[in-house]
Ligand binder design. Structure first.
Ligand code: GLA
Length: 732
């Protein structure tokens, strides 16, 4: 049937998921072994030519009870492998049975094809608008001995080069058992000389692109910090000659905000074996008889036109089918945040002039950051006490919110709901809410501790406190922060044999609390944050359509951070602010224009004391704000292209083009200045070659073909860190 996205060839036992862009092929082989055949550019039909050759391989054993020495699960590309079968790759799943063994031998049992896509309860996930938009294949594997079943769930969208995978594990046996590992996906590629691209980093230095050859062995890209982390994000596998515009690129993003593990193994036969899912470090999930466990989803994108096309597919998927907030389609307000302006040293009197000045400059929202609650004058107290600090706001928070609103600005507020300070009323009342291992002293980080969010009682307490403030209806935006990683892993409500569930239960608790709030307050714009971009992931995007990308607000450092971030995440998800120079994080001195141009990459804001600026800089803010209002529809929602990478180069350039190709905004940043500079050109992409475009500033007119084929010379200016923005509009 024309409309079918998934077919099953009964005779050859081959599943084919296909749309106009991609094909994904799976076969059932000897002994019910589910084998991976292909993921890549679409084929109309598969004629069984790509059967894995049978070979007798030494030290790669065979199926139990079989005399066929040419078939081995150790060499065959598979879809999901377990410990306990003759396969020496890192397994996708490990189960510890009541007899102490971890044997599992998964064989094909049955399949089901459904229209649309099932929701994942309690976990963020991609969704469909209606059932015609996608189809889902559920292949059930079973271990006959233990009666464990695995549903491998695959969704293919009609119009996207994307497959979404997850796994549901069921214990149909009599006894409880423990899942020690359950990856969301596995995939094996034969004959691929892949390189990996990952986004490692650190606090204030997140997500810079790292490209590496994959040598034989197991390469692990992971986090076991309790969150998706500043330190490691996503994976892409590319051919050695793949670049931004050409070549095969596969992208994998986990829709999850906790511990993750991307395992890439180049095996003895140079095949690439891939597992992605929740990190199995300190993971042990008790599955009672009759219970099931659902893994998070993985988004898998294929591009035959390099990394930009891969990124665009991710951007559109995450924006259109992961984010739910109504704000995702609205241009984002330009804000001023008082953090770098005042840190903890503020009160209502000190903030009012900043609000007044913001109004004058055309800024649209004032965000009150850390320090407005409990008795918090520094970062040593009050987390967990979400009551206004009377010393700073003697007339209450509502009074100040009214002031901000009366100036015509929206009002935003900072929370850090997952934390507790020793010096807090919450700790005095409920010391057991603080996550700690009995008999041991918990480790502080920023002198704060983790709330045991896996417990409903703890979440209820924080929820009740927060709604007391939010029910007033005076808060338009929330910045949800998280300023440390997890340690002292223990949940007071759980028995000893379930302490391996704590990390995941924490993440489920985080989702539950956030979900309750975003559902109750659909008119509040939520921004995610974890010491900057410590939880910048597709799972968080389901709840918060934008995230503070980094605590590093230096424009030049932001080039690599934002460049890497753009590999997967849409630019409207990335918030970026202009701050003071010399920069507070690294002392770099940069021109005001450059700081503005780089911050306009994402959702623009200001993170400085507007009342302490020179008249010249104030004028610049007003100009930037006015300019941004003209271009933000294109820069926030247009098709995004990386043009020049700042990694090991002296330039960074990117552009966005409106969906109708009538408008484009281009930014080129030169990093260091030279006395005898080499001349560089920038060529545009994504324009209509048959349209004429006018440079809005200079009024010059160029053909789309000229801008794309000839390009233009980059301006030669004195001084380091110079940025230039170009705004083009199509003319009739
Ligand atoms: C984190 C955030 C900052 C700021 C501080 C406040 O570091 O990323 O933007 O909100 O917390 O403590």
């Amino acid at each position: 049937m024309e409309n079918r996205l998934i077919t099953f060839d009964e005779r050859n036992k081959v599943f084919h998921l296909h749309n106009k862009q991609v094909s994904y092929l799976i076969s059932v082989e000897n002994g019910g072994t589910l084998s991976h055949l292909y993921f890549g550019k679409r084929v109309k039909e598969y004629h069984n030519q790509l059967r894995y050759p049978r070979l007798d391989r030494g030290f790669s054993g065979n199926l139990p009870g079989s005399l066929d020495r040419t078939f081995s699960r150790d060499s065959l590309p598979k879809e999901y492998s377990s410990a306990g079968e003759m396969d020496y790759h890192t397994p996708a799943t490990v189960v510890r049975h009541s007899d102490g063994s971890n044997a599992l031998f998964l064989t094909y049992k049955t399949y089901k094809i459904e229209d649309g896509k099932p929701d994942l309860k309690g976990l963020p996930h991609s969704w469909v608008k209606d059932k015609t938009e996608a189809q889902t294949l559920i292949i059930t594997l079973e271990d006959k001995c233990s009666e464990f079943e695995y549903d491998l769930i695959y969704t293919i969208y009609r119009d996207r080069p994307v497959i979404v995978r997850s796994v549901k594990v069921r214990n149909n046996g009599k006894d409880s058992a423990y899942i020690e590992k359950a990856a969301s996906m596995q995939m094996d590629f034969g004959n691929k000389d892949f390189e990996s691209i990952t986004l490692p980093g650190a606090h204030a230095n997140e997500r810079h692109m790292q490209r590496e050859k994959i040598g034989q062995g197991i390469h692990v890209y992971s986090s076991h910090r309790g969150t998706s982390s500043h330190q490691m994000n996503i994976l892409s596998l590319v051919d050695p000659d793949t670049n931004e515009f050409n070549g095969d690129a596969y992208g994998f993003a986990l829709v999850y905000s906790g511990n993750h593990k991307f395992e890439v193994e180049r095996d003895q036969f140079d095949q690439i074996h891939l597992n992605i899912g929740i990190n199995d470090f300190n993971f042990k999930w008790k599955l009672k008889s009759g219970d099931s466990f659902q893994t998070p989803e993985v988004l898998m994108v294929y591009s035959d036109h390099g990394l930009n096309q891969m990124s665009q597919a991710f951007h559109s998927l995450i924006h259109d089918r992961i984010m739910r907030s109504k704000f995702k389609n609205q241009v984002r307000p330009i804000l001023v945040n008082n953090w770098e302006a005042t840190y903890f040293d503020f009160d209502e009197d000190k903030l009012r002039p900043i609000v007044d000045k913001a109004k004058k400059l055309g800024i649209e929202m004032f965000v009150l950051d850390d320090g407005w609650f409990g008795h918090r004058d520094d970062d040593n107290s009050s987390l967990g006490d979400w009551k206004v600090f009377k010393k700073k706001f003697p007339n209450g928070l509502g009074h100040f919110a009214d002031y901000v609103h009366n100036q015509g600005l929206k009002f935003g507020l900072w929370f850090e709901p997952e934390m507790i300070s020793y010096d807090s009323d919450l700790y005095k009342e409920h010391p057991d809410y603080l996550m700690q291992v009995p008999g041991r002293k918990p480790s502080p980080s920023r002198n704060q501790y983790i709330l045991d969010l896996g417990r409903e009682e703890v979440r209820d307490n924080i929820f009740k406190q927060m709604i007391k403030i939010l029910d007033d209806g005076k808060i338009d935006y929330i910045k949800w922060d998280m300023n440390r990683h997890l340690s002292d892993i223990y949940e007071a409500d759980l028995p000893a044999d379930q302490q391996g569930e704590v990390y995941h239960r924490y993440v489920l608790g985080f989702y539950d609390l956030l979900n309750r709030l975003v559902t109750r307050y659909p008119n509040i714009l939520f921004e995610g944050c974890s010491g900057g971009g410590g939880r910048f992931d597709a799972g968080a995007a389901y709840y918060t359509p934008q995230i503070w990308a980094s605590d590093n607000s230096d424009a030049i450092a932001r080039l690599t951070i934002q460049y890497g971030t753009s590999l997967v995440y849409p630019q409207s998800m990335l918030t970026s602010h202009v701050s003071v120079s010399p920069n507070e994080q690294n002392g770099r001195i940069t021109p005001f224009d450059t700081r503005g141009a780089v911050a306009m990459w994402g959702d623009l804001g200001y993170e400085l004391d507007l009342t302490k600026m020179s008249d010249e800089d104030s004028k610049k803010v007003a100009e930037q704000v006015a300019e941004y209002k003209k271009i933000r529809k294109v820069t926030q929602f247009g098709k995004f292209y990386r043009l020049k990478s700042p990694m090991n180069s002296n330039q960074c350039a990117w552009m966005t083009v409106s969906q109708d190709q009538n408008e484009a905004v281009v930014t080129v940043v030169k990093i260091m200045a030279y006395a005898q500079p080499y001349l560089t050109k920038t060529k545009l992409v994504g324009l209509d070659p048959n349209k004429q475009y006018q440079n809005i500033d200079t009024k010059e007119i160029f053909g789309g073909d000229e801008l794309m084929n000839l390009g233009f010379y980059d301006s030669v200016e004195h001084g380091d860190f110079k940025a230039k923005m170009y705004h083009f509009k199509a003319i009739d």
